[in-house]
Design a protein around this ligand. Structure first.
Ligand code: 13P
Length: 248
């Protein structure tokens, strides 16, 4: 049985004061340890939040990581820097990074490897745009996104990674994939991994992201290949994030 995981992606939201309130609110409402839970916070809030989550079940993550280990890369943050703040996870290849900041399949693969070199679990985000879905390109897009990482890191690297399926058309739009639409792609991803390594496919957590909310989380999480969620907007409020967590 795979353990579930719920991750909040705060994106570029909040203040230092609201970050503190939010984290304290989440910790206060965690209750029974039913699944893994983490928040991916803006880089500058890592020092504060890493102190707040110490000795709690709430893990810390970053929203990206550099594709190089160190050097003259102005504005980048290395995996070694993230590990100084006890980051357990780093998102790589979020669609907002891919579409607004030019993160390519190849640079996403390099970021994935950089995270793992510091024992940070990469959360590899994959997903198709509406246009790609309408042109029946969903599986081809996901193949390419997965292959870039498999080719660089090897399938064995997925033993210490998480995959998040985030259909771009569902992110921040209020248009969630139906339980069946999401399950279809999650099953496809698991089978794609299984064709290369069955044990890893059985073990890997595959999260759904895209307008996941307290009122639709239960249905999504009940699907056999959905192991939790990557939550944007609804993770900015402790109560709604906790409701999603408790839907596991
Ligand atoms: P929303 O939950 O706001 O749609 O965002 C999803 C997402 O992009 C999480 O990484």
């Amino acid at each position: 049985m795979r353990r579930s995981l719920v991750v909040g992606n705060w994106k570029m939201n909040g203040t230092l004061a609201s970050a503190e309130l939010l984290v304290k609110g989440i910790i206060a409402g965690l209750g029974e340890n039913i699944a893994d839970i983490a928040v991916c916070v803006p880089y500058v809030y890592l020092p504060k939040v890493s102190e707040l989550v110490k000795n709690t079940a709430l893990a810390l993550g970053a929203q990206n990581v550099a594709d190089k280990s160190s050097g003259a890369y102005t504005g980048e943050i290395s995996a070694a820097m993230l590990s100084e703040f006890s980051c357990k996870y780093a998102l790589v290849g979020h669609s907002e990074r891919r579409s607004y900041y030019g993160d390519t399949d190849e640079s996403v693969a390099a970021r994935f490897c950089q995270a793992q070199e510091q024992n940070i679990t990469p959360i590899l985000c994959v997903g198709e745009t509406l246009e790609q879905r309408e042109q029946d390109q969903t599986f081809a897009v996901i193949n390419a996104q997965l292959d870039a990482v498999i080719n660089l890191a090897g399938i064995a690297a997925f033993d210490a990674a998480v995959i998040a399926y985030e259909p771009v058309w569902a992110i921040g739009t209020g248009k969630t994939a139906t339980d069946e639409q999401a399950q279809e792609v999650h099953r496809y991803i698991r089978q794609y991994i299984a064709a290369k390594d069955q044990a890893i496919a059985d073990k890997i957590q595959i999260l759904y992201g895209g307008s996941a909310k307290p009122d639709n989380a239960k249905g999504l999480f009940a699907m056999p290949d959905i192991d939790g969620g990557l939550i944007g907007g609804a993770s900015l409020d402790a109560e709604s994030f906790l409701k999603i967590y408790h839907s596991i």
